[in-house]
Design a protein. Structure first.
Length: 84
């Protein structure tokens, strides 16, 4: 199982309990920085506060499981606005 699958398996239920769904998980290297991107969606528009809420919810879960060895930046974003 790759990192994206592990992350999806770990986070799907907690994210859904907040009223969102995970559309995509990517773990990629951009330059010298690794990004774990969680793209979320919901009925209606996903706003910045939604992304912050999901990020604050999932960050402790990722820290607890700690299955990603490299340092990375967690980026929670929506399909509508994209990831920055």
């Amino acid at each position: 199982m790759n990192i994206e699958q592990k992350v999806l398996e770990l986070l799907r239920e907690p994210v859904e309990s907040l009223g969102f769904r995970i559309d995509e998980v990517t773990y990629e290297l951009e330059g010298t920085t690794r990004f774990l991107r969680i793209i979320i969606d919901k009925d209606g528009i996903v706003n910045l506060d939604d992304c912050v809420l999901v990020s604050q919810t999932i960050n402790p879960l990722l820290d607890e499981k700690d299955f990603i060895e490299e340092n990375y930046i967690l980026d929670v974003c929506s399909k509508e606005k994209g990831c920055e």
